[in-house]
Write a protein that binds this ligand. Structure first.
Ligand SMILES: Cc1cc2nc3c(=O)[nH]c(=O)nc-3n(C[C@H](O)[C@H](O)[C@H](O)COP(=O)(O)O)c2cc1C
Length: 416
């Protein structure tokens, strides 16, 4: 049995052990479709590393040691990976400077998920595979995928077991075993909770960690994450780490979640949108340091500029890269004195030269604005009726007729 957490040296904070991986601090960048592309992951990880002693930054055990936490790729659909679509092959391109490459897979068909895991492991695309059972996007859940899937307990178990077994088998070509983890929500709605059964089933199937976004599918991104569910999951899953996710906007929130719930680590999503330096705070907080980054507008603009440059390199297409950057721009400026006209101009930016011109018009001496730049950011909104296949909730078992329907759910989805 793997202990959930490495025994810390006296006075040192606990790291995480995820199968054969050691993660120096219990901090994970949440997979976010359209957001956690290699350039953004690189910025987040570099920010995390900035909180480490220089000697701790470089990893001598590439593939098995993540000194500054895990930085997970946006979700990849298994079917598209098996079909090797060019867009998917771009999406799994690693950040070349990342010592541990984490890829998240979405899938509803055990065979396809197993084949996708084999590609990732045998062809050396990833050192860690996470499975997505939390996506609330209607076009996914309507076909029984994402957050709808754990309701079908037998199918859930089969997918997880196939992924774990495939990773183990394919790891024979590697010098370490590639761990498989899952990320899920609490359930479909308050009358159809799945997380405790799913957590235990995943543990039995051999996953190396379990992460919980403490909301139901119906909650979507509304209201508060229900951290008490993380406490319950931690009680139910005892042999592998339990990671908590939902509404972490600061290092202090992360510490509070771990204190309240007993979680072994935190997964942080929206809080770092337009604010990769949050990972300096999170890693520093995990190490017991009070280092916090409070950037003025000049530093924000420099990070935005670097993000854009990395995106142009990643896409090899300036126009595409700048279109992708537009949403990030609004996040970067949250709370800073950037007027409506300037924001509208940034939202239409199409070249790096234009971006530079617009940055040149800002009052770059503006200091860190305090509260305005903190707190909740990104996707929110109200609860949403769960879109499910007909009669989905009638039984927790899956019948043959669903196999083909679920097969279809693999096709061209994007995450959330
Ligand atoms: C834009 C966006 C895209 C997301 N894409 C994914 C995804 O691909 N896979 C996944 O498991 N969760 C995805 N999520 C959910 C997040 O990983 C995370 O569970 C959720 O945002 C709650 O954490 P937070 O409060 O720290 O943001 C996405 C969330 C957002 C806002």
């Amino acid at each position: 049995m793997t202990p959930p957490v490495d025994a810390p040296e006296a006075g040192a904070p606990a790291g995480l052990r995820i199968g054969d991986l050691t993660v120096g601090v219990p901090v994970v960048l949440a997979p976010m479709a359209g957001v956690t592309l290699p350039p953004f992951r690189q910025l987040c990880r570099e920010a995390g590393e900035a909180a480490l002693e220089p000697s701790a930054r470089a990893s001598s055990a590439v593939g098995t040691h993540a000194p500054a936490g895990l930085y997970v790729c946006e979700m990849i659909t298994s079917r598209a990976l098996v079909e090797r679509t060019p867009e998917t092959m771009r999406m799994i391109t690693p950040d070349p400077t990342d010592p541990v490459r984490s890829v998240q897979l979405y899938g509803v068909d055990p065979v396809t998920v197993g084949r996708a895991v084999r590609i990732l492991v045998e062809e050396n695309w990833a050192d860690h595979v996470d499975l997505n059972f939390g996506c609330p996007v209607p076009k996914v859940t309507r076909k029984g995928g994402g957050a709808a899937l754990p309701w079908k307990a037998d199918l859930f178990e089969e997918i997880v077991r196939t992924a774990v077994d495939s990773a183990r088998d394919a790891s024979r070509s590697r010098d370490h075993e590639v761990p498989v983890t899952i990320k899920m929500r609490i359930g479909i709605d308050d009358d159809h909770l799945t997380y405790l059964d799913a957590g235990r089933a995943a543990e039995d199937a051999g996953v190396a960690a379990v992460a919980l976004h403490a909301r139901t599918l119906e909650q979507h991104y509304s209201g508060n994450a229900r951290w008490e569910a993380i406490t319950r999951l931690k009680e139910a899953v005892t042999t592998v780490p339990v990671l908590g996710n939902g509404d972490l906007w600061s290092a202090e929130d992360a510490a509070e979640m771990m204190r309240q719930t007993g979680a072994d680590g935190v997964v942080v999503g929206r809080g770092c949108q337009g604010r990769p330096w949050l990972f300096t705070d999170l890693v520093a907080g995990a190490l017991g340091s009070d280092l916090r980054v409070r950037p003025g507008l000049r530093e924000v603009a420099a990070t935005l500029r670097r993000h854009a440059e990395l995106m142009v390199d990643h896409f090899g297409d300036e126009s595409r890269a700048m279109r992708e950057m537009r949403k990030h721009v609004a996040w970067y400026f949250k709370g800073y004195p950037v007027g409506g006209d300037a924001r509208r101009a940034f939202a239409l930016v199409s070249t790096l030269a234009e971006l530079d011109d617009l940055i040149g018009l800002l009052d770059l001496d503006a200091p860190y604005p305090g509260e305005g730049a903190e707190g909740q950011r990104g996707r929110a909104g109200g609860p949403k009726r769960a879109h499910l296949p007909d009669a989905w909730l009638d039984s927790r078992a899956i019948d043959e007729a669903w196999a083909e329907v679920l097969h279809q759910a693999e096709l061209s989805v994007s995450g959330g």
